[in-house]
Design a binder for this molecule. Structure first.
Ligand SMILES: [Zn+2]
Length: 168
């Protein structure tokens, strides 16, 4: 847990920022399995074609449970940027940057941006999916407690061409 030294290496359930991802506890677990393969996916309803994000187990449009997984673009363009340098929530490092991203006209989502300095990301910039490990969650399996690895996603700026870097 970043931010408090005394909590380094500890698992604090009430401060857990990330979902449990394993098959036993999460019905959209394929989303996280796809992330491990660097795929960004969601569910589409086979009945009415509605594509929801985040992925669902029931179609929010027609309530069907007959859904399939589809791939979303893994690159997009920034529409709006927010940057926090002070007072970021516990568990996050400063700066904390978020952006509204347009994934090729397919979906707009609000996501954290990593590997980016304050003031660098602008409207129209290209960003790409970045998958990173998060603290494993301890799960009781019979009499044993096992640690389940987890991943989560953010987006990162796509490296700019030489001509743009030379200006700086
Ligand atoms: Zn539907």
């Amino acid at each position: 847990m970043a931010g408090l030294k005394i909590l380094e290496g500890k698992y604090i359930a009430t401060m857990d920022l990330y979902p449990q991802e394993s098959r036993e506890f999460n019905r959209v677990y394929p989303f996280y399995e796809h992330l491990r393969q660097r795929r960004f996916t969601t569910t589409r309803c086979k009945g009415c074609d509605h594509e929801a994000f985040p992925p669902r187990v029931i179609c929010p449009n027609c309530l069907s449970e007959d859904l399939e997984w589809i791939d979303l673009p893994t690159t997009g363009r920034v529409e709006v940027v927010t940057e926090e340098e002070v007072g970021v929530p516990l568990g996050f490092e400063s700066p904390l940057i978020h952006a509204l991203i347009d994934l090729g006209g397919k979906l707009k989502l609000f996501s954290r941006i990593v590997h980016c300095q304050v003031g660098h990301l602008k409207e129209g910039d290209e960003v790409k999916l970045y998958v990173f490990p998060v603290d494993p969650v301890p799960i009781q399996m019979g009499k044993e407690t096992v640690l389940k690895d987890r991943v989560y996603y953010a987006f990162e700026p796509v490296k700019k061409g030489k001509s743009e870097n030379q200006v700086n």
